[in-house]
Design a protein around this ligand. Structure first.
Ligand code: ATP
Ligand code: MG
Length: 259
């Protein structure tokens, strides 16, 4: 299972990602949980220790490592350097999951920009195309970390959408970006659904045949987001309906496809 999750800020990307990750953890599937949203919050939603999270440097900040790898011979992109050490050292383990933070790619113009983005691209190429572990990528709506090359490794992109016009507009924009990158399968997940009107709004606003599921608004999920300590540790998946999504994208009963 190699999936990416995108959508408008606040739509529920990290909540959906964390719930799917808990399904993978429960099934003991070796998995990389990649926080690729510059406004990183997957780790907290997942229930990782806040102090350990704060101490984990984003990969984009590893200037010494980036320079060292780059010094070896120039272009990472062509040489596809080994980043296996990075995937051991700069991760937080959580059961069968290894969590890593990408960090933001700084805007062009800074001296290290090319090296940083080549490095992050090498990491993504490694986890998406070269390694057997499952991958869940929590992304911003810009999906800026992806290239046509790395997009080849993503089996399904889930676009999380709240029943609001702004969220729908962003979801359709993400769909266009995904199509530019030639992502093979883009599916929508309605979230925070309270009424029949919410449901029918999304059905008429999005390509209906690509709506995978509608997740209800859950007071429990919201309450959990208010708690400061390890909100999902030791709990089963909390959003009703997430199990069905997990199964439809290839998970469940130890039959998870690794590709
Ligand atoms: N189904 C749901 N029912 C109730 N609340 C929800 C649901 N899904 C998400 N939320 C709440 O909505 C808020 C935003 O969710 P989340 O952080 O997952 O969104 P996000 O898209 O990752 O946001 P960001 O762009 O800030 O990273 C959180 O407080 C979360 O608890
Ligand atoms: Mg988030």
């Amino acid at each position: 299972m190699k999936i990416a999750i995108s959508g408008k800020g606040g739509a529920g990307k990290s909540t959906v990602a964390a719930n799917i990750l808990h399904c993978l953890k429960r099934d003991n599937v070796p998995t990389f949980a990649v926080d690729a949203d510059p406004d990183a919050n997957l780790g907290l939603v997942l229930g990782l220790n806040p102090e350990k999270l704060a101490a984990l440097p984003p990969l984009s900040d590893l200037q010494e490592v980036i320079l060292e790898k780059h010094a070896g011979g120039g272009a990472f992109v062509d040489l596809n350097p080994s980043v296996d050490d990075i995937l051991e050292e700069y991760v937080l383990p959580f059961g069968s999951i290894r969590f890593l933070k990408m960090g933001g790619i700084k805007q062009g113009g800074t001296a290290c920009y090319c090296k940083e983005s080549a490095f992050l691209n090498a990491v993504l190429t490694n986890v998406l195309l070269d390694r057997p572990e499952a991958v869940v990528l929590d992304m911003s709506a810009g999906i800026e970390h992806l290239t046509r090359g790395t997009a080849r490794g993503i089996k399904t992109m889930l676009v999380v959408v709240e029943p609001t016009r702004a969220a729908v507009t962003t979801a359709l924009a993400v769909d266009r970006l995904a199509s530019d990158l030639a992502l093979p399968k883009v599916l929508f997940v309605g979230n925070k659904i309270r009424t029949e009107a919410d449901r029918s709004y999304l059905c008429t606003s999005l390509p209906e045949e690509r709506i995978l599921a509608m997740l209800p608004f859950s007071e429990e999920v919201l309450e959990q987001a208010r708690q400061s300590d390890y909100p999902m540790e030791n709990r089963e998946c909390l959003v009703p309906g997430i199990k069905e999504i997990y199964e439809q994208i290839g998970g469940g009963d130890g039959k998870v496809k690794m590709t």
